[in-house]
Design a protein around this ligand. Structure first.
Ligand code: MG
Ligand code: ZN
Length: 216
């Protein structure tokens, strides 16, 4: 029983901080997404393809969350966009405090689009508001079509679903029609994109959606 109370307090404190951060983003007209998924679904690859398309159009920045290493921040750095790596040292999700601290190392002025790449984990990142406009859940076809039913909270709390690695469909046991149905059963409001970072399919549509959301 005690554990439940403590967890609630932690989340209340997190929500308070997230509201502060959200107001900061609003004041600055920064559109913010929080990308969540299990490890290896292709979050960083999607981010790389996205940066390639958007870099010349808008000013953007990235916060990378990882349990260990700055590999992903190094991948993003190659594109000459501002990036901060948060290493959680075993922590399985980002929280608003970590994001708040990371923001001290980013000059938000003029930044129209901020991507927070969360720690790879389909469970607890669902419960932590980071002040983002939208949670974007990435699911790769290699993970199968049943994941929305097995990890419903993540799909309930996300607004966007990216089905990634669609180029692998001929080789994996994943029925996209069923995956879509399962996801929409859990959250009928989900907006769904299908992408491949190898062929580039769907990246244009995804980036157009981002541009539609950019605030003046
Ligand atoms: Mg990554
Ligand atoms: Zn966690």
């Amino acid at each position: 029983m005690g554990i439940i109370t403590i967890e609630r307090k932690v989340l209340e404190k997190n929500d308070e901080l997230a509201t502060q951060i959200r107001n900061k983003f609003k004041d600055n007209n920064t559109f913010v997404i929080n990308i969540v998924s299990s490890p290896g679904s292709g979050k960083t690859s999607i981010l790389e393809r996205t940066i390639e398309v958007l870099k010349s159009k808008i000013k953007l920045a990235v916060i990378e969350g990882d349990v260990q290493t700055d590999f992903d921040a190094k991948r993003v750095e190659k594109y000459n966009v501002p990036v901060v790596q948060i290493v959680t040292n075993g922590g399985c999700h980002l929280d608003a405090k970590l994001v708040k601290d990371a923001l001290e190392n980013i000059d938000l002025k003029g930044i129209k689009f901020l991507v927070i790449e969360n720690v790879g984990n389909l469970v607890c990142p669902a419960g932590y508001d980071l002040g983002e406009d939208y949670k974007v859940v990435v699911l790769s076809t290699t993970e199968g079509d049943d994941k929305p039913l097995k990890y419903p909270k993540m799909f309930i709390n996300s607004s966007i679903l990216i089905i990634n690695k669609i180029d692998l469909l001929p080789y994996v046991n994943c029925n996209v029609k069923e995956l879509r149905e399962n996801a929409l059963k859990i959250n009928p409001n989900l907006k769904i994109f299908e992408t491949s970072c190898t062929t580039g399919e769907g990246i244009k549509e995804w980036c157009s959606w981002i541009l539609e959301n950019i605030k003046d």
